[in-house]
Design a protein around this ligand. Structure first.
Ligand code: DAH
Length: 341
């Protein structure tokens, strides 16, 4: 039988060669060397077989072995847990932390769609300032001072200059285009407008419109009707019907309002169409000769049509949003519903 010293030498070699790769390996090591029936305990029981004169030396050997076994155990455990931490830090198989990306606002989605529909038939986008002067917002649009039509639009005036207003409609961009662009012109003008309204489910102090203008030689009301009919079928589907009702706008003559057959009930009657089967979506008409003259255009040579619609209104019909305030509250529960559309 090998001596205690020889046995310990062999076991120390084993310990030094040992390198656990996981928690189970470490536990096996603990049981083999440090457990209640482990080698340290077993060798201690063999002390009784050592002759008394060798006991001191044997005791020191055994103690050294025990210390080695324990110290290596601590080392192994520390290496393993550090390794575990490291591995977690670079675990490339874990899914990444999601980036909180926003979604496109429903109004912007609808506006983009409108613009895309008109671009397909040769309209280009034009924009203008939101702080506008009286000439471009009113006077040039055949609404001179004291014209009653100004009262139709509750205007915000800019305190520094009585001539400045927050534009009440995107028709002001029509004026700027006629002023600066050589004919023919065919533009679509999306943008934000302001009116002094009390905020409620049905009214807001700012909202969005999309204006259209086409001026050329020989433009007729039939062109207007066909253009708008094309727009409606692209926006709401080929089965949508349209109807025109005579109306009044100072900057168009004749003027009309256009309704579409209700996209929710198909005409049988619901809340959206107030049980009429029709929903109004825009105002339009042939550009008033006075307006053309205001920009030095001869109405005997050129004619044109114009139309203006509310982006909120179209969005409301498309997505059945029943409260205008939702568009500007930035509530993600509302906005998320349009994700991926
Ligand atoms: N500017 C009008 C409004 O704000 C809408 C409108 C009606 C625009 C008829 C037009 C038009 O270009 O021809 O209510």
């Amino acid at each position: 039988m090998p001596s205690l010293q020889e046995q310990i030498q062999v076991l120390e070699q084993e310990i030094n060669a040992f390198s656990p790769t996981d928690a189970a390996g470490l536990e096996q090591y603990r049981i083999r060397f440090l457990g209640t029936k482990g080698l340290v305990k077993q060798l201690a029981t063999e002390m009784k077989n050592v002759p008394p004169e060798g006991r001191k030396e044997a005791g020191m050997l055994l103690n050294g072995f025990k210390n080695l076994a324990e110290a290596r155990y601590e080392e192994f455990a520390a290496t393993l847990s550090a390794g575990a931490a490291n591995t977690n830090a670079i675990d490339i198989s874990l899914p990444g932390t999601p980036l909180a990306a926003g979604t496109r606002h429903p109004l912007r989605m609808v506006e983009n769609q409108m613009v895309g529909i008109f671009e397909k038939i040769g309209f280009s986008v034009a924009t203008g300032p939101e702080i506008e002067d009286d000439w471009h917002n009113f006077t040039s649009l055949n609404m001179p001072e004291h014209h009653t039509a100004r009262d139709m639009q509750d205007t915000f005036y800019v305190a520094q200059n009585p001539d400045w207003v927050l534009r009440t409609h995107t028709s002001s961009v029509q004026a700027r285009i006629l002023e600066t662009t050589p004919l023919p012109v065919r533009v679509i003008c999306p943008g934000r407008v302001y009116r002094n309204e009390t905020i409620s489910a049905r009214a807001h102090c700012f909202f969005h419109q999309c204006e259209g203008l086409y001026v050329d030689k020989g433009v007729s009301f039939a062109d207007l009707k066909q253009t708008l009919y094309y727009f409606v079928t692209e926006m709401f589907g080929p089965d949508t019907k349209v109807r025109f009702r005579p109306s009044y706008f100072p900057f168009t003559e004749p003027s009309a309002e256009m309704d579409i057959s209700c996209t929710v009930c198909g005409g049988s009657g619901c809340n959206l169409c107030k049980h009429s089967g029709w929903v109004e979506i825009l105002g339009c008409g042939m550009v008033h000769p006075n307006m053309l003259r205001n920009f030095g255009i001869d109405p005997e040579v050129y004619t044109g049509f114009a139309f203006g619609m509310g982006v909120e209104r179209i969005t409301q019909i498309k997505f059945q949003v029943n409260d205008l305030r939702l568009y500007s509250q930035n509530d993600v529960r509302f906005l998320r519903q349009f994700q991926g559309l």
